[in-house]
Design a protein around this ligand. Structure first.
Ligand SMILES: [Zn+2]
Length: 69
């Protein structure tokens, strides 16, 4: 199988700030989200959803890579 690496650029939907990029998993283009500043403006009181913070994984480390299909 030849899966093409696809990149989704992440742009803040409000202020257009470049939020980086992520694996598009087949889709390529641009995806919108809110940066922290705009999130706080749009949803006051709701904590900003931090995603993918691998540095703070509680519990024992599990080796990745052994597919469970
Ligand atoms: Zn923003």
């Amino acid at each position: 199988m030849h899966e093409k690496k696809t990149i989704l650029k992440i742009i803040c939907a409000s202020c257009r700030k470049d939020m980086g990029e992520k694996d598009g998993e087949g889709a390529e283009g641009v995806t919108g989200t809110f940066c922290k500043e705009c999130w706080d403006r749009q949803f006051p009181g709701i904590p900003y959803p931090e995603e993918e913070t691998p540095s703070r994984t509680p519990g024992p480390d599990r080796p990745r890579g052994d597919g469970d299909a």
